[in-house]
Design a protein around this ligand. Structure first.
Ligand code: 13P
Ligand code: SF4
Length: 320
């Protein structure tokens, strides 16, 4: 920042970050000014790695609650704060642990793979967690003769089943943001922009994914757009991701795929709960803090570690 005048709120956050010896982690779905002030911006997997490795006293997690909980599981010595504790996720809310336990009991011989967008209680009942970045790797690491149950996202699960040829038993959950992209509007956009590449998150429904040139996590979508020689992209993920894409690949055109209502501003209401004011307040007050009962933390950590062992060969630690 050179000639720009920094506003007071940004300066306050910077000062508090220094005073608290804090690191600010932000997901790509956060509002632009939060992404711009963060130390790291990333997808769920890369932010978990950063959280596990960090040696600052405080982790401010600008994302949703399950992400901050994963950070706390991986690095329990740190104080982990989330600007708004109510920032949940429709996948978490749509898979209550007691109902999941009953469903899981019907498949006693199956390996349980749980998307990281889930409660700690669900993780504690699982063999592996996965993120959209490494879900294929996790499924492929499971012996072919073992049955698999996958929760809570049926769209990601169905995509994994198609991509791996494995039969997965799926929990009937979905992401309220990705399930409403409209295939009809996507087809219309493709006609208007011939040659544009379609980049979509695997939480989208199969009808949208069928048109995709690339399917992957938020970080994967960003990487594809940056490295591609194409100039125009139709984006099937949360709208604020476009801020990060414009920064990473200036001069390229990113067009959000409209939802079934025709709106091209498909934002996650949970991610939106975080604001710069709440970020300042949580740095100042060290609240709301993520605290987890130690037995639950250990039980939820086991499948998270199993995921890292499959995808990274080891769990990231402060020494990495
Ligand atoms: P990523 O892991 O791809 O960042 O996705 C997280 C998420 O919540 C998608 O809706
Ligand atoms: Fe959950 Fe969907 Fe929001 Fe991601 S975009 S946090 S999956 S509700």
């Amino acid at each position: 920042m050179t000639t720009e005048i920094r506003d007071d709120l940004e300066l306050e956050i910077e000062e508090l970050r220094r005073e608290r010896n804090a690191v600010i982690l932000a997901h790509y779905y956060q509002q632009a000014d939060i992404q711009d002030i963060a130390d790291y911006v990333g997808d769920s997997l890369s932010l978990s790695r950063q959280a596990a490795k960090c040696d600052q006293d405080v982790i401010v997690f600008c994302g949703v609650r399950f992400m901050a909980e994963t950070a706390k599981c991986l690095n329990p010595e740190r104080t982990v704060v989330l600007p708004d504790l109510e920032a949940s996720c429709s996948l978490v809310d749509g898979c209550p642990p007691a109902a999941f336990a009953r469903w899981r009991a019907r498949y006693p011989d199956h390996v349980v793979v749980t998307y990281v967008n889930s409660s700690l209680e669900l993780k504690a009942m699982s063999d592996y967690t996965c993120t959209s970045s490494n879900a294929l790797q996790v499924i492929e690491a499971i012996p072919k003769d073992r049955g698999i149950i996958f929760a809570p996202d049926k769209n990601l699960g169905a995509y994994l089943a198609r991509a791996t040829g494995r039969e997965l038993v799926l929990w009937n959950g979905s992401c309220m943001v990705h399930e409403v992209f409209s295939e009809k509007h996507l087809v219309q956009l493709k006609v208007q922009h011939p040659g544009a590449k379609v980049l979509a998150h695997p939480e989208c429904e199969a009808g949208v994914l069928e048109h995709a040139d690339y399917i992957g996590s938020t970080a994967g979508i960003l990487r594809f757009a940056k490295e591609s020689s194409d100039r125009t992209f139709l984006i099937g993920t949360e709208a604020r991701m476009i801020h990060a894409m414009q920064k990473a690949a200036p001069g390229k055109e990113f067009i959000p795929i409209p939802t079934t209502t025709g709106c091209a501003c498909n934002e996650c209401p949970h991610m939106m709960r975080n604001t710069m004011e709440k970020l300042r307040d949580c740095l100042r007050d060290l609240r709301p803090e993520i605290t987890i009962d130690d037995d639950l933390r250990r039980a939820a950590l086991r499948p998270i570690e199993a995921m890292f062992e499959v995808c990274d060969g080891a769990v990231p630690t402060a020494g990495d």
